[in-house]
Design a protein around this ligand. Sequence first.
Ligand code: SF4
Length: 371
Amino acid sequence: MDINYAIFRRRIFAWYAKHSRLLSWRNTGTTIDPYRVWVSEIMLQQTTTKTVEGYFERFVKRFPTIAELAAAPIDEVNRLWEGLGYYRRCVQMQRAAQEIVTRFGGVFPNRRDDVLSLPGIGRYTAGAILSIAFDQRQPILEANTIRLHARLLALRADPTQNEANTLLWNFAEEILPQKNTGRFNQALMDLGSLVCTGQEPQCISCPVVQFCETAKQGLQSKIPYQKIKEKKEYRTEVALLVRKQGKILLIRYPEGVRWAGLWDFPRAETDAELPNHIAEDPKLRERLALMTGHRLEPESLIETIKHSVTRFRITLLFFTGTDRGKISLTENIENTKPYELQWVTPSELHRIPLNSTGRKLVQNINQKTLW
Ligand code: SF4
């Protein structure tokens, strides 16, 4: 495909001057703070701009600088992230903030290798920060630009596969102007988001339609190629409301598992097919015991919630439960370390970072005044 890059760039800039999205993290006056760009880019991974808006404002208000984020208790950082999902991002961001303080004196680095050496920052995020905050000539490739570029090139391959992905990165780099690259990259993202949409792209309003191979060939509904969808898996889990002397038992998910760093009610998968078989499910009791180091017994069903985590479609049964005490070491399996536990009063729950179903259960219980 022949693209006259000079004309292509001019059209992109002209379109952006009229149609750029008003996003709160872009309102930084004349100088652009790399910290704000970084926070917004990490939040935007796997999350829509609409969802991120409110979170971003609250987050940077509470942690206006890298040093303040680095010094904050992790539970407070997680609490402000609660509901955004993919919690590993948040833990890694605080680790990166701590590294910036120790290695770079609290100033966000502007060398590509230094930026890429920070936890949780990959090629896309580094490109976004360096181009937007430092106007370095660095390409970006995220969901909107993958779709846009795949269509401009009429790419007949899954864009996430190695060869196709390399081709897209090379294209993203080739089309960059020598300066104002941050503005150019943001314009491409906005064009992908507002015009070159997944369903029914608005080719008639597209400033670069003249260069688009997909539009020429009428292949908009076929490109980009879709990833083969993972098969859904259905499972049933049980969460327990265990009370003792006015307090409730919580577990904290450790590193390397789903919801790492967040708190929840003790929760495990069950093999029982009916709710009235739950109390007798030995596998469930064993899983809860290994998780908590306590013998926990489900009693009666409070409510049922259905939700999804990645490919899993989960039916969550929320039961009252009883703590029959700690398990002795001989009963436990060697080398299995129970999760961190804490007993909290109902009034303390608002400041503790919970996973989204944990928070929903708390809200429902509050409404039913069940504490
Ligand atoms: S012409 Fe249509 S398909 Fe091509 S880049 Fe523009 S909006 Fe996307």
